[in-house]
Design a protein. Structure first.
Length: 247
């Protein structure tokens, strides 16, 4: 009830190896979960204090933090991950692959983990987080190979950039409405974001043209564009084209 317990000493039932048990409470939305850690009774000096502080730091961080094994299976997530994926509780993510929640041209899990293992870390990759409701958020993420573990593990540090503000004015950047709008952003945003904005502008214009062509019939618009109706509805919402009307 206080957030963490005092450390107790116990023995593993199979090997009788003495361990110290530390339990921490964390909440995700309306669900309470417990993180149970088993530590050697002879850790390095100060190891327990540092370990507890790191767990608290990762749990309270605004960035999303995910710990996965060598297959990409999630072993631990912080509350920011629960919020951005809307999965309800950390326990609902543990045991699933991280690719269940991430997508994008740079998301090739085997390649990412192999390169992280080879180089130690990867920085500023791009992708999208997909929530349980189908909402997507653009993210940048880095991957770190955790070498001080018995089995291979990797940490993903993920930052939501969907609401990144423009330089100097503190306002969020909208989707450019024309080529002139796009050109005006040169020098204010990175090339990678300009390319994403250009893609969004083209996609929005194509959807608008298809809606005009079909008289606003959404079922026919989805067919014309080669999309499922669900995908079309998500894009209509993304580009604020989902007003009343249409079928």
């Amino acid at each position: 009830s206080q957030g963490s317990s005092s450390t107790i000493t116990a023995k593993l039932s199979l090997s009788s190896e003495p361990v110290e048990v530390v339990i921490s409470l964390f909440r995700a939305l309306d669900t309470a979960s417990f993180l149970v850690r088993l530590l050697s009774v002879e850790p390095r000096a100060g190891h327990e204090t540092i370990d507890e502080s790191l767990v608290d730091l990762m749990e309270q961080a605004s960035e999303t933090v995910v710990l996965v094994d060598e297959d990409g299976t999630i072993e631990w997530v912080n509350s920011a991950f629960v919020d951005i994926t809307q999965c309800g509780a950390a326990a609902r993510a543990v045991g699933r692959s991280i690719v269940d929640f991430m997508q994008g041209p740079e998301i090739s899990l085997s390649v990412i983990l192999a390169n992280a293992k080879r180089h130690g870390r990867l920085r500023l990759l791009s992708g999208e987080i997909v929530s349980s409701t189908g909402q997507t958020n653009e993210v940048e993420f880095s991957v770190v190979n955790l070498t001080d573990t018995d089995t291979p593990k990797f940490g993903f540090i993920i930052r939501n950039v969907s609401l990144r503000s423009s330089s100097g004015n503190g306002q969020t950047l909208g989707i450019p409405q024309s080529t002139e709008d796009l050109v005006a952003l040169i020098g204010n945003v990175p090339l990678k974001q300009l390319v994403r904005d250009a893609t969004d502008m083209i996609e929005r214009n194509c959807i608008e043209a298809a809606l005009n062509l079909t008289g606003g019939n959404r079922a026919l618009t989805a067919k014309v564009l080669g999309l499922s109706r669900q995908s079309l509805y998500m894009k209509l919402h993304k580009y604020q084209l989902d007003g009343d009307g249409g079928q």
